[in-house]
Design a protein around this ligand. Structure first.
Ligand code: UD1
Length: 416
């Protein structure tokens, strides 16, 4: 499937089950390298980024098998080796392998990670933190080489909140000698999930979900069974899609306790929200009220939902302002939305001023990255007439099957 074709103008209605979280499962798959055992991950999302991580682990001798409700991961025959350039360059999350590979092999040689075009995405803090634990890095012919004869626990202060760096430190620290303290740790629920998983495997990690994390190193780890939590970003995507189409939707299994800031924004937009026994019921307003907000690390409003909110506010009942504070290139969808009739101005590259219009018209749209691509699909649902969104491979990195989910909600959406 290369293109999604959408007949817009239909309010979403019904219920949709929210898949497992991409950003939780990827570091957990990397963590499996540390085990030398079999683990079982329930509710593992079938997305392209998971397939890419599976391919990387298979290159390292691991055996992974899908079952009806999850993924079995056997790292008993793990062997250190070179990872194929294409698989590493294709995904940002290969960076999580760094801490785990140092822990398991004591060295690695790897391509610089790839990923979306949402910004510069430096790796300086990953390198600095792992160096503090005893790793040495150098570049060889465009590859990054790292070794650590043994990793040592230490005190690490993070100058900015970084999800990936916090996770890499945790992965290295569980195998290190001695204790590690992370000051300024990121607090995202996906970090809590990684620590819960590792603690189930026999690690001792305290403080996950706060900015101070303690890891007791050097404990023997064993395989375990673990349920991947539901994806707060996918839930947020369908929540805003419901608001943008004035729909009524039950988001089954939505992780409401991880969605406080998102739910508050949805309420400010005029949505009625009801937390039910099995998820979140949303009733969109006739037209969304405008918002003024900026993205922030958790528990703030997530950067991953910024472009989706922006797409919905193009038809807001007034002027919105959205400031992006995490990734500098998250506004790449703006010219696409403008072809649909949206009125948006970008100031200093990081702030979007949106003047709500009465409606969008369907257009041929070009998806360039995961969340931006999903935002264009939502814009297509809101627009009059037909839209087509290409670049579906980006959307598939994080959504199991966005066409299936939206069709379940009554949308006229087909993949071609
Ligand atoms: C993770 C998420 C991504 C989300 C992001 C922010 C995964 C797989 N991805 O990405 O969906 O949008 O958190 O919530 O979990 N930075 C540096 N140097 C570094 C590393 C990061 O300056 O070495 C900066 C980044 O440029 C960015 C900020 O730190 O401005 C936060 O990025 P970070 O939290 O590290 O994002 P990721 O872990 O890559």
């Amino acid at each position: 499937m290369e293109t999604i074709r959408i007949q817009g103008g239909i309010p979403l209605q019904g219920k949709v089950r929210i898949q497992g979280a991409k950003n939780a499962v990827l570091p957990i798959l990397a963590a499996c390298i540390l085990l030398d055992d079999i683990s079982y991950l329930r509710n593992c999302p079938k997305i392209a980024d998971v397939d890419a991580m599976i391919e990387l682990l298979q290159c390292l001798g691991c055996s992974l098998q899908w079952t009806s409700d999850g993924l079995t991961v056997d790292t008993g025959h793990f062997c250190c080796g070179n990872l194929p350039q294409k698989a590493v360059r294709g995904m940002r999350s290969s960076v999580f392998l760094w801490g785990a590979l140092l822990g398991r092999c004591g060295e690695f040689s790897i391509e610089y990670p790839g990923g979306c075009v949402i910004g510069n995405r430096p790796v300086d803090l990953h390198i600095k933190a792992l160096e503090q634990m005893g790793a040495k890095f150098c570049q060889e012919e465009g590859r990054l080489y790292a070794c650590a004869t043994h990793l040592t626990g230490t005190y690490i202060h993070l100058p900015i909140s970084s999800v990936g760096v916090t996770e890499n430190i945790i992965l290295a620290a569980v195998t290190a000698e001695g204790d590690t303290y992370v000051d300024g740790a990121a607090k995202e629920p996906e970090i809590v999930a990684l620590c819960d998983f590792l603690n189930c495997c026999g690690a001792r990690i305290e403080g996950a979900g706060t900015d101070w994390i303690y890891i007791s190193g050097g404990r023997k780890l064993y395989g375990t069974e673990y349920t991947i939590p539901a994806d707060r970003i996918v839930a947020g995507t369908y929540l805003f899609a419901t608001i943008g189409t004035a729909g009524k939707v039950l988001l089954e299994q939505a992780p409401v306790s991880h969605m406080e800031s998102v739910m508050q924004v949805a309420r400010n937009m005029g949505a009625s929200l009801y937390v039910t026994g099995n998820g979140l019921y949303v009733e969109g307003p006739t037209r969304p009220s405008p918002v003024k907000l900026e993205t922030a690390p958790y528990p703030g409003f997530p950067t991953d939902l910024q472009s989706i909110l922006l797409a919905v506010e193009t038809i807001g009942d007034g002027d919105s302002r959205i400031k992006e504070r995490i990734f500098e290139n998250r506004f790449r969808i703006v010219p696409q939305l403008q072809t649909m009739g949206a009125k948006i101005e970008i100031e200093n590259g990081m702030c979007a001023g949106i003047q709500g219009v009465d409606g969008l018209k369907g257009a041929y749209l070009h998806g360039e990255e995961l969340r931006g691509g999903a935002a264009l699909v939502i814009a297509g649902l809101m627009a009059d007439g037909e839209s087509r969104v290409d670049g579906v491979s980006y959307i598939n990195r994080g959504y199991e099957n966005i066409c299936r989910d939206l069709r379940e909600l009554g949308a006229r959406v087909t993949g071609e």
